[in-house]
Design a protein around this ligand. Sequence first.
Ligand code: LLP
Length: 857
Amino acid sequence: MKFGGTSVATLPRWQNILELVASRRAEGARVLVVVSALTGITDALKQLCTQTATDLRLLSAQAIARRHHDLLADMQLDLPDTLATRLHDLDGLAAHGTGDLAWQAQVQAHGELMSSALGAAFLSANGLTTEWLDARECLEAVTLPNQNERTRLLSAIVDSQPDPALAAHLAARGDVFITQGFIAREGVDPDDASNKGGRTVLLGRGGSDTSASYFGAVLKALRVEIWTDVAGMFTANPRQVPGARLLRRLDYEEAQEIATTGAKVLHPRCLSPLRLPRVPLLIKDTNRPDLAGTRIGPELREEAPSIKAISTRKGITLVSMESVGMWQQVGFLADVFNQFKQHGLSVDLIGSAETNVTVSLDPTENLLDSDVLAALATDLAKVCRVKVIAPCAAVTMVGRGMRSMLHRLNPVMAEFGQHRVHMISQSSNNLNLTFVVDENVVDGMLPQLHEQLVRAGAMRTDDADLFGPTWEGIYGAETAPHDEAWWINDRAKLMQLAEQHSPRYVYHLGTIRERARALLTKLPVDRLFYAIKANSHPAILRALAEEGLGLECVSPGELARVAETVPASTPRLFTPNFAPRSDYRDALEAGVMVTLDSLHPMEHWVETFDGHDISLRIDLGRGSGHHDKVRTGGSTSKFGLPLDQLDAFVHLATARHARIVGLHAHLGSGVLEAGHWAEVYAQLASLAERIPSVEFLNIGGGLGVPSHPGEQPLDLDAVGAALAEVKQLYPRYQLWMEPGRFLVAEAGVLLAKVTQLKGKGSWRYLGVDAGMHNLIRPALYDAWHEIVNLTRFNEPATAMYQVVGPICESGDVLGSDRRLPESHEGDVVLIATTGAYGQVMSSPYNLRGPAEEIILD
Ligand code: LLP
């Protein structure tokens, strides 16, 4: 069992270790604990090594000793002899600093020597008799031909042949041992009779994990457990992809590949010692020992080929070498690679053509400063034409049998098609496929790529044996958006409503009013309209009119709904698109502010706008939003007047005696970037300066709400602050907005009941009585709506379902790969955030009829 620096730095952490070791003892296992130095101590020791003045080194040693004394005091222990000896030795080393590499190694080894001595005392004092073991007695470094004094002493490699004699010796001595990570004993150099070995050496990067593996191999352990602060390896970096899944099982090669190409949880070096003796390695979370973690072992179970992980590495440098006039010349590659060797550079990826070879250099393997690269380029220039391309990033997909999965990678290829790909490389062991792209695009790509892999069935997350819970599911529970959702408290009532009838949409008016008030207080708007297309339920229109909002409509039907629902004094807008002439005429006659968005009406409907005030929707040339289908900008979108027709429109409007009193722009729906609206506002304002009649600027809607758990909500204060800045610059224009989704989405839920369950291979389908005829968003936009089993709200989510409806379409899927409690016929299921664009987009398809709508006030 290996514990890192933070895990051994405090008393509570040691109590945790005590419990974990005791639990292994209770299972009948004998335990060897491998520890790192207390956090910060290795750095302090390195610092000590750089000090040339003896008194400064002694002061450093005292400070280091104090850290250990303090922890001893917390543990209420007296100074044990083992630790006293180490502290005394360290003092001696500080007093007689020779500065050479052997001395440095000895000084730095004290971090682990001291923490393990402290640990032995603590465990023994708390009922677990523990022997302190000097790792240098057990682990011997090998001497390799290409080593120099530095690599031999500070970056040693250990001979990890199983040593039954050592195992037997330890078995005779006790049941629980504690030893040091990171250190070993120097071996005898067969080529140098003067070197008898025996000095203290360090293992270099990944040192403590590697020590644990060496011990595991030498002792042929039952398993090696690496205790750290995450549950294991994930399908992607969870910081970038919160939906990344825990990998429950990996074989050594895959794990090594993932560790090499990005995952930081394990140093790739620590897997190779375990391969030959076939000792499994387990990664476990110290704070959550209940989680199964990742098990890395030799076994190769029969399983569908699947991509296991996608990772990115930044700081990659590509060196492209063009062999002018050396086509097919024997020895060209040898010449080129010799240069890399001369400059001490290790090459990672290789791509070759008849006249070009391109290789990548990984910064974690090489010291890539500009001097090294310049020197390399100069030397290479003697044999070829050189181009250095940097900074790049490598995106790697890892999975055994990569070549058999290519047909599933279409969407992934499409994603790369949007960027410049400098190089593609497929590893010859069939374990990875790597794309090299510009560094600045890579962060944005990863979440999409991960999602595409899941959706395309290339990453078989349906295999619950392989893929565990998501990172956000494990660690993000406190921040799940539904923690504050109204429906948590109203659960009992919702259950009742669904029992009476399903499917049912339920809308919570309190939430809608609250959202309206938030917008009115936080945004410096002069008029706020509600885009009723999002949800035109009469009770919602009434509530929002009462809150002082106007209503924005896009059809005669919506105008009629408004006319029959709210007082005539409620301000109304009409913003149709490609509507017939009569729609505009009727709206103008009813006294509604009409927005035009093309030249055609002005050109051809000669008298319609005579003497009227109108507003003009402009296409600012770009769109934004949660999905391609809701982005409204640029030539590929049918909305808005293109900027190059603005002068023509103004000219025609003047001729038709129509007054352009407002400019309008709406770039799309589901935007979560706070700065978006201020940009639109500033652009419209500068255009308005060309049209003296303009009085208001309508910057549309589009305010997004989070869908996935863990997604950050829109920062309304930031939206407001950015708008206020623009307003100060252009005080003469009124600011209007017309959001839809933001006001109603989270106020609505769709309730359904489980109809049937079905298993197909490893896929489990959960059928419910709501489908794409009620909620089209998942099918149309791949929208993600949280799905909850209300009947089993507090049960653990142990099953993985495809949640589907009753419609005769394969696309009738409300949620893919959803982790829910084991569910049964009749259970009530809630589909969240469905107050916007839910019922209003429903269809009579299959004649299943619409869901009922209920208002909670
Ligand atoms: N103003 C105009 C001119 C619009 O076209 C829209 C929405 C809005 C305001 C309100 O946008 P909101 O604040 O709701 O994002 N069915 C899609 C959304 C389509 C939005 C259409 N126009 C969905 O379910 O995501």
